[in-house]
Design a protein around this ligand. Structure first.
Ligand SMILES: *Cc1c(COP(=O)(O)O)cnc(C)c1O
Length: 413
């Protein structure tokens, strides 16, 4: 079984309990509560001594099946599905750290993650230290006894930087520092996070996994590679639960107390999304490279940025970690904000929308939208240029996308 491919494992992952009617899809258990035959069985379930579901905020068969499928393809120690990507990130940090601790990350972060660290968690006493994560030596100099984790995004957006995670792992491992990676842009199938030293993966499954933006969702994957006894907050859990210390603290405390559970309906949609993830990733990545190469050859853009282009400073790191699938987001620069707007307005096929990894190709001008609240100096620090257009490439036929981009660039030149 273990040498079977991603899609095979996803499609044939077993139900934990056989369906009463032999349904091939795990049904949507859209109920809140589950009944028990006896008071004794209820007591056992509440003590965590039987695997039964009791209440859907805590666990639910449809959500559990989605988690089990991800477990089957990643071989993880534990998988937890939540209401959104932000819920996955917040629950992970709330579980591994407490006031007085610090984590290390890049300033090139998803906006709400940055705000979670700089506002919400800062007020509760978690310190965030910023470094260039492509420089492992610089990162190691920030470690102290209260450093709990390095938090990285495998491809930053819209800078499209790729850190060498093995190099980060080489400094983090001996220091007992956990590596958390937001792999939204490079989910399982595209990237084997554990093989590169990632201990815990957090994913906005809203994006690629959901089947192309069908529903909100988030996933936490614990790869079982970190020794939880090295985390002071989880030391007691580590004595009791060993490699399952993190996932059990998460399930028994933080996840149920914060209530950001995935709904059964969304779990169903996300589970369907997993069935076609590999096909969609292949098509989108192939399209992205074709578009990037077209843009480079055409001379219609001032510069083109994609880790899959040999001209990218991150080409080698992307190649090593993501093989021939270095994501499906590219950016390019035109001469001015005005030209970017003209280009975006002249598009007939690509959609003007935020979000990533919809099945449709989406285009946006990051500086005036996602980063609209920042001034010029802050934008420069964040690597966001006024002349930059971002494209999240979908699964349409590549030549149709290129034709639309070409006509629109010519119309706006
Ligand atoms: C979208 C996104 C998130 C947040 O996910 P939601 O599902 O919208 O909460 C986090 N990280 C990255 C990299 C994202 O693109």
């Amino acid at each position: 079984m273990s040498d079977r491919a991603f899609s095979t494992k996803i499609l044939h992952a077993k139900f934990l309990k056989a369906d009463a009617h032999g349904s091939l899809h795990m049904p949507v258990y859209d109920n809140v509560t589950f009944e028990f035959k006896t008071a004794e069985e209820l007591e056992l379930a509440f003590k965590g001594k039987s695997p039964a579901h009791m209440y859907s905020r805590i666990s639910n068969p449809t959500v559990e099946h989605f988690e089990q499928r991800l477990k089957a393809v990643t071989g993880a120690a534990g998988v937890l599905a939540l209401a959104s990507g932000m819920a996955a990130i917040a629950n992970t940090l709330l579980t591994i750290a407490k006031a007085g601790d610090n984590i290390i990350t890049s300033r090139h972060l998803f906006g709400n993650t940055y705000s979670l660290l700089e506002q919400t968690l800062k007020e509760w006493g978690l310190e965030t230290r910023y470094a260039d994560l492509t420089q492992a030596g610089e990162v190691a100099r920030l470690f102290d006894g209260r450093t709990k984790a390095i938090f990285l995004e495998t491809i930053t957006n819209p800078q499209l930087e790729v850190a060498d995670i093995l190099a980060l792992s080489a400094v983090a491992r001996p220091a007992g520092v956990l590596i958390i990676a937001d792999t939204t842009m490079t989910p399982p199938y595209l990237f084997s996070a554990k093989a590169f030293g990632v201990d815990v993966e957090v994913i906005s499954s809203t994006k690629w996994i959901s089947g192309g933006a069908t529903s909100l969702g988030g996933v936490i994957i614990d790869h079982g590679s970190y020794d939880w006894a090295r985390n002071a907050k989880l030391a007691t859990d580590a004595k009791k639960f060993g490699p399952f210390a993190f996932i059990s603290r998460l399930r028994r405390e933080v996840h149920r107390n914060t209530g950001a559970c995935l709904s059964a309906h969304n779990a169903y949609l996300q589970s369907l999304g997993l069935e076609t993830l590999a096909l969609r990733v292949d098509q989108s990545c192939a399209n992205t490279l074709k578009i990037a190469e077209f843009l480079q050859a055409s001379g219609l853009a001032r510069s083109v940025h994609y880790p899959g282009l040999a001209s990218s400073p991150y080409y080698a790191a992307a190649r090593a970690q993501f093989g021939d699938k270095p994501g499906a987001v590219l950016t390019f620069d035109l001469t001015s904000k005005e030209q970017c707007f003209k280009f975006i307005n002249a598009l007939q096929l690509l959609r003007r929308a935020t979000n990533l990894h919809d099945n449709r190709s989406l285009v946006i001008h990051p500086a005036s939208t996602i980063f609209g609240e920042y001034d010029a100096a802050q934008l420069q620090l964040m690597g966001v240029r006024d002349t930059m257009v971002r494209v999240s490439v979908g699964i349409e036929e590549g030549r149709d996308l290129i034709a639309d981009i070409q006509q629109s660039l010519e119309a706006s030149a």
